[in-house]
Write a protein that binds this ligand. Structure first.
Ligand code: RIB
Ligand code: CA
Length: 322
């Protein structure tokens, strides 16, 4: 599985992260910033956990905390078709309720995610890992309008979908459900795609005692713990013993591909089923005979994931205060 080539000179893997912060997206950005193995070329915000105004603002807040001055683009307000479904019940009205982060000065006219994504990819001297951790709206728009960006994408490593049951409906995982048409565009793109779905992200759990350990790791640890305190509330209500850091699992797979076990399979996205819209239909047993189009994550090394997360948060220390 392609994991991106280290940038000449920096030894880091160039990535673009498209996200909908969102508690676990915020942790994913912290992991990406602190792991020391990724060069974050740009971040784009997509509508998902909240309206794109919220996810854009939250992404800017997290990047400011991280002291990261990278291009940040604001995506479309709606999925390709239909209306936006958000997840306020989990992430709150602001898409990151209860997390005390100062607001950065935002540009009068925010750069469009489409422009940031396409320019960053086309200008990069190396192929780039694209790590979407929300609905695939921005990625699909860019692929449809500027197909030439495909030549600059090493691989798309997406947190989304599920082999088994969904989380927003019994059939569909949230990121796929919000914009199934966009997901189909990506799976039909012919690009190398890794799907890091609920089957493995529900194993990427951080337990309460580990949240307390995180709290002791400087200001970054305090922020991560505050985020997870909030995020875990929704999962406690669902009977989870720990909080699944869905999006950080996809980021970890970007710089340490061996952390997940994948199986090559055909993935199709249901668009029209009354009860199944947004389902990622994963043909692991090759019953359809359709050409495989995805490396589907089927397992994750949870211990290693936790190790990577703690190490990255520890590296961030007091982050932009340094
Ligand atoms: O289903 C989990 C996904 O939906 C995560 O990306 C989370 O941030 C939400 O967007
Ligand atoms: Ca997300």
């Amino acid at each position: 599985m392609g994991d991106g080539k280290a940038m000449q000179g920096t030894g880091r893997i160039p990535v673009v992260i498209d996200c909908d912060p969102g508690y676990d997206d915020a942790i994913a950005l912290m992991l990406a910033a602190g792991c020391g193995q990724l060069e974050i070329l740009a971040v784009t915000a997509v509508a998902g956990n909240g309206p794109v105004d919220s996810t854009y603002r939250n992404a800017a807040r997290v990047l400011r905390f991280l002291g990261m001055d990278v291009p940040l683009g604001k995506g479309r307000a709606k999925p390709l078709l239909g209306y936006l479904v958000t997840s306020g019940a989990v992430h709150g009205k602001s898409a990151m309720d209860g997390v005390a982060l100062p607001d950065p000065a935002l540009p009068e006219v925010p750069p469009a995610a489409f422009d940031v994504l396409t320019k960053t990819l086309l200008d990069s001297p190396r192929k780039v890992l694209l790590v979407p951790t929300g609905p695939l709206t921005n990625v699909a728009v860019a692929l449809l309008a500027r197909p030439e960006i495909a030549d600059k994408i090493e691989r798309i490593i997406w947190m989304g979908g599920a082999i088994g049951k969904g989380n927003i409906t019994p059939s569909a995982e949230f990121n796929a459900y919000v914009d199934p048409e966009a997901a189909r565009v990506v799976f039909d793109s012919g690009l190398p795609v890794t799907m890091v779905g609920l089957d493995v992200t529900h194993k990427a759990l951080i337990y309460p005692e580990q949240v307390e350990d995180l709290r002791g790791l400087g200001k970054a640890g305090e922020l991560a713990a505050e985020i997870l305190d909030r995020y875990s509330a929704a999962y406690k209500r669902r009977g989870f013993a720990g909080v699944p850091i869905h999006d950080a699992a996809a980021v970890a797979a970007a710089f340490e591909p061996g952390i997940i076990k994948t199986q090559r399979a055909r993935v199709d996205v249901e668009l029209s089923g009354e009860h199944t819209r947004g389902r990622t239909v994963v043909d692991l047993s090759v019953t359809t005979g359709r050409e495989p189009n995805c490396d589907v994550a089927v397992d994750i090394d949870r211990e290693r994931f936790v190790e990577l997360l703690f190490s990255a948060i520890g590296n961030l220390g007091d982050s932009d205060e340094e």
